[in-house]
Design a protein around this ligand. Sequence first.
Ligand code: VGL
Ligand code: ZN
Length: 388
Amino acid sequence: MTSAGSSADTSVLVEGLLEIDAQFLQQTDSMEACFKAFDADRDGLMTPVDFAMLCRTLFRNQHGKAYTIEKKALDDMFSVFDINQDGYIDFQEFHLCWKHWIKPIVRPVSALIVIDVQNDFISGTLSLSNCPAQQNGIEVLKPINTMLETVPFERVFYSLDWHPDDHVSFIENVHLRKVHPSSKVSASEAMVYDTIIYEGPPINPVIVQKLWPRHCVQTSWGAELHPDVRVIENGVFIHKGTHPDIESYSAFWDNNKIMQTKLFDAMKENKITDLYVCGLAYDVCVGATASHSLEYGFRTVLIEDACRGVSMEDMGNTRQCLTDQLALVVTSSEVLDMVQGRDRRPELGYFRAMRLRPNGKSGGGCSPVASPRDEILQQQQQQQQHLS
Ligand code: VGL
Ligand code: ZN
């Protein structure tokens, strides 16, 4: 394998990448230098062993300690970049690896979204302290404000649950709509947290709706962001749940994926690669937003100590569901080093690599082209035709 000397070289090289400016990163020069540094026998082909060395250098914590990566994960990732499956990553294949994988690992572009830290969820009509887990929403303020003061996010979004008075989720409105015969609960029996089925349209043939106390009514005190949340200059507000008949937990899409907010466009516009998610409620709107973020292909980080939720059981399920989809769960004190690209987590690299697979729905916010991998595959096939 690589000698001690060349292993030191490569580590210096990638550490060096952190010091140089973003423009330099875009030049092929550094891509070539990087490829050469890890191609131990300089034959223009990166072997699985060379790739393992590259990963050892890439995935390190802020103290320079390499994270352990399982063999299977290394094989999976290698296989994504070895597009023609010949057992090597050649320089052409390395383009994909460099542009869509190494760059966001070394220089992530990070956004924070603060979900629904509104009066009603803290001390108003849907106060989490009255919910089954009896948590206190006010406790998210400290970790959130500390991050906002210390972490240089590229963008900060604040979402607001923003319902009209006749919103479909309010138990007080249970008599405004016709209950569908398939509903297990009737309008007069329905209680908070029950799921009722209303007759559609306008939206779907039926509306399956969990019932909440009236909350976050547009322009009311309860819908205001808690006054102690730090609002940064250029913070972007995302309003959701604004249609009377449509529930919207996620800050990207409503629950039926009928209407999108401006969040995804703003993420693309700012070339965000990584989304950090926190706020209220963990098992409702935070979970739904993180899930859509993963679906879009953003490397997604849940800041657990900056979240509070409705039910312990649902919070556990949300956590499991998100980590199954390759979200990373951290505490707020870990965020600064990650945003600065000093603490580089293998889980996020693995997630991105899997999204670059042919069927990995690579679109996402971080991929400027629809399928970068297919592009290279096409080039390879064309070259093959030329040769034969
Ligand atoms: C939320 C219940 C109803 C939330 C919004 O922000 O988590 N929960 N509407
Ligand atoms: Zn709501």
